[in-house]
Design a protein around this ligand. Structure first.
Ligand SMILES: Nc1ncnc2c1ncn2[C@@H]1O[C@H](COP(=O)(O)OP(=O)(O)O)[C@@H](O)[C@H]1O
Ligand SMILES: [Mg+2]
Length: 283
């Protein structure tokens, strides 16, 4: 009743409860999945191909609507009545930019969201320019998206979401098809978002990316949640093998060395460097 609830210090900006989804061909893609995403977190949604990641993410932007179960985003129940509100709060970068980028030019494409939000002309112009520059696509602003490479289209799709400045940014396998420079740019953009208190949810099966980037992990498989928790889940061999995933490469290397236990295993490059320094000092 509006009073402070000490137990609820960690506010979840996304709450999914017992969500089911069946495609028209009767594929039961989500089978009672439940999960939550803390506000301000960098959450990695990991799971094998076909786990239901993309199907789930399309719900968080009200493109798919719940057939059974419920979804709350920033306290708002996802339903046909709240579609527009949800889309202003949540920006989704699709797995396939061909499903997302469709306007006559890259500029028009990025302007589409901000225009739909009812922003003024000057505000739209400056947002589009900033976003295209941020992703390194300003010089391509007048090009037709179908004349861009896949990775370039992906950058335009990311710019389109950035230009809307949503509360939650969701990316479906964003690094696939991006060159290393593009991946670095994306990571910088996400770091900027995180600093401004936004929430980021990223679906991937790249365990190295999850290890380097995330502060929260959700593992899903066959339309259900296997585990939710901190980064230690990435080196939980049971869960990782159940989900047909692999340990992050750094963890794979260090797990061969008897000096390291599950609790001390490094999983990022920085942690690995520290661990090597420590060993070489002892030696
Ligand atoms: N449009 C669709 N029609 C029918 N089945 C689909 C469709 N999209 C996905 N699926 C099926 O739903 C399941 C989950 O797919 P998806 O959400 O794309 O998984 P992920 O993104 O984790 O790889 C898979 O079995 C897939 O084949
Ligand atoms: Mg997918």
């Amino acid at each position: 009743m509006g009073t402070v609830n000490k137990g609820a210090d960690i506010e979840n900006i996304i709450e999914v409860k017992d969500l089911h989804y069946r495609y028209k061909d009767d594929t039961h893609a989500l089978k009672g999945i439940s999960l939550s995403v803390p506000k301000g977190s960098r959450t990695a949604l990991v799971g094998p191909n076909g786990a239901g990641k993309s199907t789930l993410l399309l719900h968080l932007n009200a493109i798919n609507l719940p057939q059974q179960g419920s979804i709350k985003v920033a306290g708002i129940e996802v339903s046909p009545a709240t579609e527009k509100e949800i889309r202003n709060k949540v920006g989704l970068v699709f797995q396939d930019p061909d499903d997302q980028v469709f306007a006559m030019t890259a500029w028009d494409d990025v302007a589409f969201g901000p225009l739909n939000m009812g922003l003024g002309r000057d505000e739209v112009k400056s947002r589009v320019e900033d976003a295209l520059k941020l992703v390194g696509m300003w010089e391509f602003k007048d090009k037709a998206p179908h004349h861009l490479s896949f990775g370039q289209k992906k950058r335009v799709a990311i710019a389109g979401v950035v230009a809307m400045d949503p509360e939650v940014i969701i990316l479906d396998e964003p690094t696939a098809y991006l060159d290393p420079g593009g991946q670095d740019v994306l990571m910088e953009i996400l770091a900027g978002f995180h600093k401004r208190g936004k929430t980021i949810l990223l679906a991937t099966h790249d365990m190295d990316l999850a290890a380097e980037w995330a502060d929260r992990i959700i593992v899903i498989k066959s339309g259900r949640t296997l585990a939710e928790g901190g980064k230690e889940l990435l080196v939980n061999k049971d869960i990782v093998s159940q989900a047909n995933l692999r340990l992050p490469i750094v963890a794979q290397i260090f797990s061969r060395l008897p000096e390291f236990t599950r609790d001390t295993l490094p999983y990022t490059v920085d942690e690995a460097v520290k661990a090597i320094r420590k060993i070489s000092q002892k030696g």
